[in-house]
Design a binder for this molecule. Structure first.
Ligand code: CP3
Length: 341
């Protein structure tokens, strides 16, 4: 089936576009009253994620309400640890929490390599969403990068430093590689399943890339991201988003990914210099959307001009914060759609 709006896919592949596509990380989320209303129908976050009808509903809301050029499936990166045998809870106003964490070799041996069938609720949500979208815009699938999932599986919750997870890397490098390999295999199975279920492009979220040194990042994170890119990029375009790791842009550009997600700590021109001919995605500071309309228009236009029209996907440098006014988000989207390069 032909997509009516395939700007995102053309931009990711480096093909010509009339204008840059725009979508926003965490567009399916609490900034929309409609999201909050749908979420209230589920007992808790996990039940929400596991309900294909509800997941489909909130995935499509931002396409209708914000006018973005893509839908990203409503789910979470933590579904993989769960499918491998480590269930989690999402604690209100606090974030993820795991009752059991990985501490030793036995814990790693006991983890299962997840298959797409173990995440059938995500596959169902994807098939339903693909059908309901009716080819209006591309559907983005995603997974956490192995290092970011490892960090939660060892730490058991969010953390400023992820020092337990890093302690494991320093003291048990071999076991660390065993666990990262298991997560990588699970992620490849999962993302291949997402492609069969209909996703048009996938993104890897390495949210905790920034807590590692450059050397550790290549050894414990990028190595595994690269394997996932090699397995998936022959099927669909792949975007790698490594938060706070702009030092790694050049090395990321040497993988088989199609596009590189950037946070706001790197300047567009600097990122262009180090990223070869890869497509770049980003990178407005979400806090820009607290500013006046005039400021939002000015800064967004400067960013669009700096990245240029080709090989560019407009986005924020990280997810929307829940208290951002949805009218400001609509303005951001409108500025991108009306910009003349
Ligand atoms: O719109 C989208 O971007 C798609 C859906 C999506 C969610 N989580 C839904 C969600 C995506 C792509 C994610 C990825 C995710 N989940 C990441 C990587 C991206 C990033 O933000 O760095 C991470 C680290 C997680 C883990 C996670 N999930 C945390 C730390 C939290 C709690 C923080 C918070 O914002 O409350 C979540 C919960 C979560 N995942 C929410 C949403 C919409 C909010 C929960 C709610 O509705 O109460």
């Amino acid at each position: 089936m032909m997509l009516k709006n395939d700007l995102l896919l053309r931009a990711a592949k480096g093909l010509a576009v009339e204008r840059a596509p725009v979508w926003l990380m965490r567009q399916a989320g609490r900034i929309l009253p409609e999201y909050r209303a749908t979420r209230a129908k589920a007992k808790n976050f996990i039940e929400f994620v596991k309900n294909p009808e509800l997941a489909c509903e909130v995935t499509i809301q931002p396409v209708d309400i914000l006018g973005v050029d893509a839908a990203i499936i409503f789910s979470d990166i933590l579904v993989i640890p769960e499918a491998m045998g480590l269930p989690y809870q999402m604690i209100e106003a606090k974030g993820p929490w795991f009752e059991h964490t990985v501490k030793n070799k036995t814990d790693i041996d006991n983890l299962k390599i997840a298959e797409a069938a173990d995440l059938d609720y995500v596959m169902q949500a994807l098939r339903l969403t693909k059908k309901e979208l009716n080819d209006r815009v591309p559907l983005i699938g995603f997974a956490g990068a192995p290092w970011t999932l490892f960090a939660y599986m060892i730490e058991g919750s969010g953390s400023k430093t992820f020092s337990k997870a890093k302690q494991f890397l320093y003291t048990q490098p071999e076991l660390s590689h065993q666990l990262l390999e298991k997560i990588t295999q699970s992620t490849i199975n999962y993302l291949k399943g997402q492609v069969i279920a209909g996703v048009d492009i996938v993104q890897l979220f390495d949210s905790w890339a920034g807590v590692l040194s450059e050397k550790m990042y290549y050894e414990f994170s990028l190595k595994y991201i690269s394997k996932i890119c090699d397995a998936l990029s022959p099927l669909v375009p792949v975007t790698v988003f490594a938060k706070d790791a702009h030092y790694a842009v050049q090395k990321i550009s040497e993988t088989s990914c199609n596009s590189i997600g950037l946070d706001w700590t790197i300047d567009p021109l600097t990122a262009r210099k180090f990223s070869g001919n890869k497509t770049l995605q980003g990178n407005a500071d979400p806090c820009l959307l607290y500013a006046s309309d005039k400021k939002i228009i000015e800064e967004t236009q400067l960013m669009l001009n700096a990245f240029g029209k080709e090989r560019y996907i407009c986005n924020l440098g990280h997810g929307l914060y829940p208290d951002i006014d949805k009218e400001k988000v609509k303005l951001f989207v409108q500025v991108v759609k009306e910009y003349k390069w």
